[in-house]
Design a protein around this ligand. Sequence first.
Ligand code: ZN
Length: 366
Amino acid sequence: MFTGFVWHERYMWHDTGSLAGILPPGEGVQPDRTFEHPDTKRRMRNLIEVSGLLEVLTPIAPRLASEEELLRFHTPEYVARIRKLSEERGGDAGEATPFGPGSYDIARLAAGGVIEALDAVVDGRVQNAYALVRPPGHHAESDRGRGFCIFGNVALAVMHARAVRDIERVAIVDWDVHHGNGTQAAFYDDPEVLTISIHQDRNYPLETGSLDERGTGAGDGYNLNVPLPPGSGHGAYVATIERVVEPALRAFQPELIVVPSGFDASSTDPLGRMLCSSETYREMTRCLMQIASEVCRGRLLLSHEGGYSNMSVPPCGLAVLEQLSGHRTGVQDSGALLVQVMGGYALEPHQEAVIERAAALVPVAG
Ligand code: ZN
């Protein structure tokens, strides 16, 4: 079976301006490059090509998400505002989401890329897929962009699946280091979409992502957060997948699993304080593929979110795509060797305590 891969050079033309990382330039702050810049993603795509892996992947061409598709999640006022700013000189979509001219269409191409990848998985044209899109999407809310995210790419793709693809039950497993607040909000009262987010405790956004956010109304019990302590690494992430995510997915029995995939839990990321390596992402992918093969005929879709380290994102992305496609390139990640010997890489008791609290919230399959 095949692994689909979404990419378009136009994603790299999304201009996030001259923040000094995340700080607006001004008095006392020299203009610099925004953390969310094209290089990490372009370098990931380059490594996939140079390693030879690109040749075994099935290209999936993105398309623009239609306005009707955007309106399944976003308000008309918000979509109109982004379009207008994009036609002018750009602006900020809400909170820490700068963009330049033309980004309305680039953000639509990101959402449409994830939708196309989802269709390819649902149609069985590919077994699984990775959408390397930009801008990311999991922080975007219905009426404002947040945290570099303009439109909710994964939320929109899942809404598309349920609106026109006859898919009812979808599980979302977000392993970006930040809380998937936008995706959580999109399905908070919905018992047919299980949202799980594994993230660094109170990193971003500060006000969401706690263990007590379980969903509301009919959706009560269908949202699960695992706020890991800063400094958590491979052991904590793999234990979370095994002890929380796997039983939750077995109990829920989704027809499709979607992963908002950020590589900002890697040890060198400037916006995370975690200790994952490319082997962590490889192992999490292996576990999710195993579950997907048991509960939903292997249907698994990953959509790129954060990841801001030129050193870490390419090997993490390569490891995930090697695992998805079952094809090892032989390229070694020497950076993984550096983090594997650090304290915190293996599971520690204070991390395990959080994982056990989350595991206690998971219903037992029956
Ligand atoms: Zn992130």
